[in-house]
Design a protein around this ligand. Structure first.
Ligand code: MLT
Ligand code: ZN
Length: 447
């Protein structure tokens, strides 16, 4: 064992410091398999004090620290690119009783979103962020990425759920705002600053989270449509007339074909369509009736119970794994104004073809917030031509190069497409103030 590993083992126990290449392989490659690196060790501290100790040791040894939750990120932000130590937060499993009076809960960074949801449900409440990777994605990781997910339309992303964090700073000091005082206007909101900071400013160890009233399930509808223009119109009509709408998700024939091939599920509708819209409605049964009355959804499968709803959701939620089963995708998570979706989509195939003639694009996403996940299969993982072309196309349509996955390492070269030089320099000043030695996640967000 080298000095770094010996010090880590003395601080958190040898059983929680991994160096065996086989054991650390799962921590050094991201979920998409596009980003991989090497680490001297993986440290798995079990308390906030141990996290602080790991951070101090890494600082003393002058090695990078890559904070990691469930490692379900898709932009290379949770795996090392320059060696150092992966600091896994998965053992930070505090989960306090739900504070029913305030509809809040305190959860450790390593609690998964599925565990948090079940905990909230047992108290008759709901956590506002849900995503297909809920069984692995953690509270800490979703704060670091400001994860969006399936109910962003209704509840906002992770930032909108976040009331406070406990976090370890680069010098090992701990900041904590877990008291649950929602009306708190006493200075800079450091917790919100850490949301979406992608592990570059501090290590989040726990969070105080807002919960919502659990909504009764009214209906889930999967409709076949003629294309993205029809889907954009349908989602607008639903939002205008169905107050209880919780999710509006989009996918296309190419993605559905991969899902059917991978999952062996039957086709969802008797005939095939170019585009599909999945709508989930909570609240009173009248909302489901309003949805059914909309002429835009001429051919649709409808589920009014949870099992039927889950069966329809599978066609959407299983896109990610089905695409990955077909290759290593370039995952380009863009958003454009909803009014520009059709124009963007109309130019996308040609743009991809020019950049990568052999490639194909699979498009799905959270249509109500203008967020399309453009997945390109074909180009080698280190070939950036198609990334460049698609991200520039999104920017040209007034959009963003990252709607919910983050910048990570993947999009650093194009970070300036969305942020002005002034904004980037303010971000860099914040980074320098909180992490002057650049210990946390080098190569992520900034080059
Ligand atoms: C999703 O919406 O399913 C996630 O963002 C994952 C993905 O884009 O593959
Ligand atoms: Zn998504």
């Amino acid at each position: 064992m080298d000095r770094l590993t010996t010090d880590l083992a003395a601080a958190i126990g040898a059983a929680h410091v991994l160096t065996d290449p086989e054991l650390i392989a799962g921590y050094t490659t991201d979920w998409s398999r596009r980003y991989t690196g090497t680490a001297q060790a993986v440290a798995r501290p079990g308390t906030t004090a141990e996290v602080a100790e790991v951070v101090r040791i890494c600082d003393r040894h002058q090695v990078p620290i890559v904070p990691q939750g469930g490692n379900t990120g898709l932009v290379g932000a949770s795996v090392p690119s320059r060696g150092g130590v992966v600091l896994s937060t998965r053992r930070l499993r505090r989960l306090d009783p739900v504070d029913a009076l305030a509809a809040q809960v305190t959860a450790g960074a390593g609690v998964t979103i599925a565990e948090l949801q079940a905990h909230a449900a047992a108290a008759g409440l709901e956590y506002g962020v849900s995503l297909a990777s809920r069984e692995s994605a953690t509270v800490g990781g979703t704060i670091a990425t400001n994860a969006g997910g399936l109910h962003t339309l209704r509840y906002g992303g992770t930032r909108a759920q976040l009331l406070g964090v406990e976090a370890v700073l680069a010098d090992g000091r701990v900041i904590s705002r877990l008291g649950g005082v929602e009306a708190d206007n006493s200075g800079y909101d450091l917790s919100q600053l850490l949301a979406g900071s992608e592990g570059t400013l501090a290590v989040v160890t726990a969070a105080r989270l807002r919960l919502r009233a659990a909504e009764p399930h009214a209906a889930t509808v999967l409709a076949g449509l003629d294309g993205i223009t029809a889907a954009a119109e349908a989602q607008a009509a639903i939002r205008a007339r169905v107050p209880g709408v919780r999710a509006l998700e989009y996918f296309e024939a190419a993605g559905l074909a991969l899902v059917l091939a991978h999952t062996k599920l039957p086709a969802p509708l008797p005939r095939a369509y170019p585009s599909y819209l999945l709508a989930e409605v909570g609240g009173p049964a009248e909302d489901a009736e309003r949805l059914a009355e909309l002429p835009l959804l001429a051919d649709a499968a409808v589920a009014v119970d949870r099992a039927g709803s889950a069966a329809l959701w599978a066609y959407r939620e299983r896109h990610t794994e089905s695409i990955s089963a077909a290759g290593i995708p370039h995952k380009l998570d863009i958003a454009v104004p909803v009014a520009r979706l059709a124009d963007f989509r109309g130019e996308l195939d040609e743009t991809v073809k020019v950049a990568a003639p052999e490639a194909s694009a699979i498009v799905f996403g959270h249509i109500a917030v203008g967020n399309l996940h453009v997945n390109v299969l074909g180009p080698a993982p280190d070939d950036l031509a198609v990334d460049e072309a698609v991200l520039r196309l999104a920017a040209a349509h007034g959009g963003t190069i990252s709607a919910e996955h983050g910048i990570g390492r993947a999009k650093v070269p194009w970070a300036g497409l969305n942020r002005t030089p002034e904004e980037r320099s303010v971000m860099q000043a914040i980074k320098a103030a909180l992490d002057p030695a650049g210990r946390f996640n080098p190569g992520v967000l900034f080059s």
